[in-house]
Design a protein around this ligand. Structure first.
Ligand code: 4NP
Length: 150
């Protein structure tokens, strides 16, 4: 079982998109039972909120399921629980280290690193451009699955 937690600032735009895109891909590959996939926020801003409508619309346009959910903040116990904690930008990394204290087991990974890039996942919060976020996440999820041998 591979346990993967995607993390962004609010857990309503980027990290739930990554959660649902990867969930879709592992189902397509008939390996969903080999994965536990979730997402969480670094901040408390949107705790309890459902996925942003821009992320919902983008996923809908790709026929990817987006069931109702509630944003939550990452906890220290998530660090023990998950194998891969995958964040979207450098600011997430700084916030994660503040919350977790350290990354002793080297579980923190920057999303676009899987695709061989040091770029941040495009942040749709100010731009409203959810399709660029989707392109980045789709690319990185394919690369992540390849790295895991799928
Ligand atoms: P996310 O987007 O981190 O991709 O979920 C944001 C959500 C909320 C805020 C910023 C970005 N905010 O400032 O409340």
């Amino acid at each position: 079982m591979k346990r993967i937690l995607f993390v962004c600032l609010g857990n309503i735009c980027r990290s739930p998109m990554a959660e649902f895109v990867l969930q879709h891909k592992v189902k397509e590959r008939n390996v969903a039972h080999e994965f536990y996939i979730e997402s969480a926020a670094t901040s408390r801003y949107e705790i309890g909120s459902d996925t942003h409508h821009g992320t919902k619309q983008e996923l809908f346009s790709h026929n990817i399921a987006c069931p109702p959910r509630q944003a939550r903040q990452i906890t220290r116990s998530d660090y023990d629980h998950f194998d891969y904690i995958i964040y979207m930008d450098d600011s997430n990394h700084k916030d994660l280290l503040n919350i977790l204290g350290q990354d002793a087991s080297r579980k923190l990974h920057k999303m676009m690193h899987f695709a061989g890039s040091n770029a941040d996942v495009a942040d749709p919060w100010y731009t409203g451009n959810f399709s660029q976020t989707y392109k980045d996440i789709d690319l990185a999820c394919n690369a992540l699955l390849a790295e895991l041998g799928y």
